[in-house]
Each structure stands twice: as structure tokens, then as C-alpha cells.
Design a protein around this ligand. Sequence first.
Ligand SMILES: *Cc1c(COP(=O)(O)O)cnc(C)c1O
Length: 428
Amino acid sequence: MKYERSSALFREAKKVIPGGVNSPVRAFNAVGGTPVFVDKAKGAYLYDVDGNRLIDYINSWGPMILGHAHEPVVNAVIEKAKNGTSFGMPTKIETEIANLAVSMVPNVDKIRFVNSGTEACMSAIRLARGYTGKDKIIKFAGCYHGHSDSFLIQAGSGAVTFGTPNSPGVTEGTAKDTLLARYNDLNNVAEVISANKDEISCIILEPVAGNMGCIPPAEGFLQGLRKLCDENKILLIFDEVMTGFRLAAGGVQELYNVNADIVTFGKVIGGGLPVGAFAARNEIMEMLAPLGPVYQAGTLSGNPLAMAAGFAMLKELNDNPQIFESINKKTEYLHEGVASALNENKITHTINRVGSMISVHFSEIPVTDFSSAANASNDTFKKFFHGMLNEGIYIAPSAFETWFICDALSYEDLDQTILACKKVATML
Ligand SMILES: *Cc1c(COP(=O)(O)O)cnc(C)c1O
């Protein structure tokens, strides 16, 4: 593979953009090497500035569930743009996408649109605090909820102790209101709750984790959280920014049959444009301004282009529910192929998969939480990543990321990926 033009563009970018990127993981710091600069994309393929064609398993980190430049979505954006791109006034398309989203997602009456998953999660915890009158939140080590201050708290040794900021700029005052728990460990959650009785407003989690690689909730984990929340007047927030409209039309609430109190969205809901959203039942959503006292706003929120893209995307998924089955089958096929390629070469690994989210951990032990994910071999992952890239297969440049399968992938693409994996496995 050639990287000349990407390398040159990266050098230029680094002069004027910190690290050359507008979001850190794009910089390839975890794997080394030069980030690939994209020229264009169509369906399952990325075309970079050096003329390489890559089979894409990132899909913009999730949104492009139907593949790149999907025509109904692109056309919706073009048509909308002709009539103006932003008004700061209400438009009909906002109600249309709200109606559609609320009809697809269980247990929610109203939805508010914002511009990113970060904003959605940040607003969701403010709403939970306003609704319950309590300040503290519980989050899980290894779960990502965007980059707002309350969430940039890393795993400490004792989960019951106060969190410590893992980013300079997050104040201790903020950090002390974020309590950490271990994913898939209900006893630990119960301990954190009892050590902070009547102070916890909400538990927020990725109900299927995707930001420490893919980690499914253990049997009974989500149900157990629901019960703990009900017993302690705590709101349960499902961060479905990654899983929403991907694992099922109704997301994880539908897939695992567990109700959350507030659900956050991003990624797929915007069809590739910057969109986030949060939703809940009426009594919670009516706490929001202008109906209630919890303030939240946005100049570009509900932007017509973004809403048109999101509406076109959700409509495709709603009208064609077989898409979910199709991507799940493709992912299962990939799972089997990659597993056998690695097994044939005696490469120790664990593959986690839920629906169309999959990740390969070079780990001897099952990966069920952040510490087991962190325990996997990063050296092997780096070699695997660069080997696959060299074969024209683009997976996320970090061992802590999930691969996203889009419906534009053909079985020939999957076979090509598995073949590449066989070749790379001999070099690990
Ligand atoms: C991507 C992601 C976010 C953040 O969304 P942005 O649009 O990047 O701000 C939040 N939560 C989860 C689970 C995510 O995967």
C-alpha cells in the first residue's frame, strides 16, 4: 500500500491542527504509522488520497450502517440544502424524525435533538439530576459517554472511592460526583449505591459496551441494574449512541427487553451528519426548558440537513427491518471466518460479538470488563492492524474499538477480509 499523499497531508495538517486530527483516535497513536486520508467513499469501500481502496469496518465509527453515500440519505441532504441550511426556527422535518424515532424506540414519549453523542449524554445526566434532585452519577470503567467533564473519569483501584480526573481540566469538584463501578459486576454497583445512599441521580452505561471493544452485558446484568435503580429511586440511562438503531430498531431496550428511563442516541440517528438525541417518557422530558427548569439548547440543534439525513436513515431501517438480520448474519459469518483464521495459526484470542458489533481481543481470558480488555496484547493488535491495512482492510486503529458491519458489505468482501486475516495471522 502507498501512503505518500496521506503522509504529506498529515504533515501539513499537523502544522495547524493539534496532532493533525479533529478527534484523537484518528491519529493512529495507539498503533503507530500515518493516518489514511480519505478522498471519498461509496458503499463498503473507502478510497484514499493515494488511490488505495479499503474495505471499511469503521463506517465513521458506526453511523454508516447502510454503507457510505447511501443514495436516499445523500439525496435527502441535497434536496434540503437547496432550501437553506439553517434557520434557528422550527421546521416540519424535526417533528417527522421525532415521531419516527419515538415510534421505533420502546418506552419513550418525547425526544430532543442535539449535535453529538457527547451533548446527548451531557444533557441526559443534567436532566436526571434535575428530575431526581440528586447530584452523583454512577458510570462504569471503560464505558465512553463523550468528552464532557463528568465522564472523563478513569478507573481507580477502589470503585467505591471518589473518581479522579484522567484529563487535566476536569475539576475535582466535578470528578467527585462521578462514581465508578465495574462493568458486569452487580455486587460492585450495589456497594457503590449503599456507600452513597440517597445521593445518586442516575446510572449511565453502554448497555452493550463498544468502547472497550465489544463487551456484552452478562446474563441478568441489565435487569439487575433496573432493579437496583427502582429500589433506590435512581434513573437508568442507556447510552445507545453506538447501539441505537443498530442492534435493533428499538436498540438494546428491545433486544434485551429491559426499560431504561432515559436513552441517548448519536451515530446512526444522524445518517452521517452531526446529530445526537436523548429521549424519555413525558414526566421526565417535561422537566426540560421551555416546559421545565432544566436548561438545554443549541443554535444548530435540529438542523434541517442533519434532520433530513437522519430521517432518511431511520426510514430505511424502519421500512426494511430485515436489514438488522442481514447485518447480523454477515457479522456472524465474519466472526466464524476470523476465528478459524486465527485458530489455524494458534493465535490466542477472544472474539466478542453482539449483532453487527464485533471485536477481536488478543486475550487468553474472556473479556467482560475494562480490566480484562486492557489485559489483552496490544503488540499483537498493532501487528494485526497494520497487516490488515496492508491487505486493504480498514479496522479501527485501537484495540479498544469495535468493528461496525454495514449492509453494503458483500460476502465477497467478507471472504476477502477472512483471506487477509489468514495471511496476517501467519505473521503475528
Ligand atoms: C461515540 C459515542 C459517544 C460520543 O458521541 P460523539 O458524537 O462522538 O460526541 C457517546 N457514547 C457512546 C456510547 C459512543 O459510542
